[in-house]
Design a protein around this ligand. Structure first.
Ligand code: PMV
Length: 322
């Protein structure tokens, strides 16, 4: 009853922000993302009758504040196998945790895949994505590689699947790390605050389907300029909704803004790059392959950028060991 799985973070190009149903962790909007390759979460799960309680270590240290979410994620799978024992879960990230690099996405994707294999529940990928989605909305997308969409379906259902495989359009991603600190306000608290207090929230919901359709079309056509336009719009619109909440949510620092300015300047000179930023201060630059080297150099030169990470597009979460 033991398994190890790996999963990669994904980065949303059309953002998810807001919940239709908090108890079921149902997103208020669909989203489209790319799954990365070089950043990895590795998670081992061992179900053991001798354990009195679930245990969780993150990067080698017990993480009691994360344990309740890990336990409820395990409980979703244990519900399918009554009498399944407690588990010891060990997870490691090859990148800064909880700083807007989507570690919860890769973390819960790896956890459900490892736990499913260890328990022998044998769920289909779409069902695994649904389990992961209940633990962290963006985690459903890390079950798949390449370009991925989470769609809202009638009857409060979600459906996650691949739009295009990683090999079919080999974009690169350059990440400028501007702070290694964990973010002050987690995404769930931030979303609820935005829903309750931002006067722009209605406009955010109303324009989501149009953005999803434009991004889906751009990906199917491999139209980088069209994807750049809709992705930057979705990112800035999400931050505008957050900023307009009361008190306003500001996830950026000064270096974040300098990175965005530099990327816009490069793009205006014909470099194939666009940006996106999640609920944290790191900047993700999505590039055509020939532009990635120049973009990485330009971001590394900016004062305040502490690290530059480079990735391609990668595969969905998978089992790597028994
Ligand atoms: O899945 P969560 O609860 O960590 O929320 C993800 C929110 C964003 O990263 C800001 C956007 C997204 O779609 O990934």
């Amino acid at each position: 009853m033991h398994a190890t799985a790996v999963a990669h973070p994904n980065i949303a190009l059309v953002k998810y922000w807001g919940k239709a149903d908090e108890a079921r962790n149902l997103p208020a909007v669909g989203s489209i993302s790319i799954t990365l390759d070089t950043l990895v979460t590795t998670t081992s799960v061992r179900f053991d009758r001798a354990l009195p309680n679930d245990r969780f270590t993150l990067d080698g240290r017990p993480a009691p504040d994360q344990l309740p979410r890990v336990r409820s994620c395990l409980d979703l799978l244990r519900a399918r196998l009554p009498g399944a024992p407690r588990a010891a879960v060990e997870s490691t990230n090859s990148f800064p945790t909880a700083a807007g690099l989507a570690s919860s996405a890769s973390g819960f994707a790896a956890l459900v895949v490892a736990a499913d294999h260890a328990l022998g529940t044998g769920l289909e990928r779409a069902e695994l994505a649904e389990q992961a989605r209940r633990c962290s909305g963006s985690a459903a997308r890390s079950l798949f590689g390449g370009f991925v969409e989470l769609r809202l379906r009638p009857g409060s259902r979600c459906e996650t699947g691949q739009i295009l495989a990683a090999a079919d359009w080999q974009l690169q991603v350059v990440i400028a790390v501007t702070s290694a600190e964990a973010k002050a306000i987690g995404s769930t608290a931030g979303m609820l605050h935005t829903e309750r207090t931002s006067p722009y929230y209605g406009a955010w919901l109303a324009t989501s389907e149009g953005d999803l359709a434009a991004a889906r079309r751009a990906i199917e056509d491999r139209d980088f300029a069209a994807l750049a336009a809709v992705a930057e719009h979705s990112c800035l619109k999400m931050h505008a909704v957050m900023l307009a909440s009361r008190p306003g949510l500001l996830y950026w620092n000064g270096t974040t803004v300098e990175c965005l300015r530099r990327l816009r300047e490069l793009a205006s000179h014909g470099v194939g790059v666009f940006f996106t930023v999640d609920a944290g201060p790191q900047v993700k630059a999505v590039c055509l392959p020939e532009a990635a080297g120049r973009v990485a150099e330009a971001l590394a030169e900016l004062p305040g950028v502490t690290e530059v990470l480079r990735c391609g597009l990668g595969e969905g979460a998978r089992v790597v060991g028994e």
